[in-house]
Design a protein around this ligand. Structure first.
Ligand code: 5GP
Length: 114
């Protein structure tokens, strides 16, 4: 897997506005927020995207969702509602080839996406 921006963020070489971190995940504010709350959660295990994940990644993928829940709690959107998005590949709109969950909230979100 090719080196990505999020590898460098994980190593601390590129700064980020950290929201949450544990042994398996790092969560930080998106640089171009699309909602009042827009946080990215990445696993510390390198996975390109869900489509490229294998069965050994089950724990890491689950921990991303639990970290997204923690982010929602920390930023006060757990009760009002939020959306978790994992863009996958070209047609899915993925621009950074390191698995990341977008946690979006703080306003009513449109559905379906365009
Ligand atoms: P994707 O389009 O791959 O699902 O999402 C990539 C996300 O990374 C985008 O929402 C974009 O705004 C965000 N992003 C791109 N460069 C940076 C950066 O340097 N720092 C942060 N915090 N987010 C970034």
């Amino acid at each position: 897997m090719k080196e990505t921006l999020f590898d460098a963020i994980l190593r601390g070489e590129i700064p980020c506005k950290k929201v949450y971190e544990d042994d398996a995940t790092l969560a930080f504010h998106d640089i171009a927020p699309q909602a009042p709350v827009h946080v990215l959660v990445i696993p510390k295990t390198r996975i390109q995207n869900v489509g490229e994940a294998d069965d050994s990644h089950g724990e890491a993928l689950g921990r991303v969702l639990l970290a997204a829940r923690n982010v929602a709690q920390l930023l006060g959107i757990q009760k009002t509602g939020f959306r978790i998005v994992l863009n996958n590949g070209k047609d899915g709109g993925q621009t950074v080839d390191y698995l990341h969950a977008h946690v979006l909230g703080g306003r009513a979100l449109d559905w379906p996406p365009g």
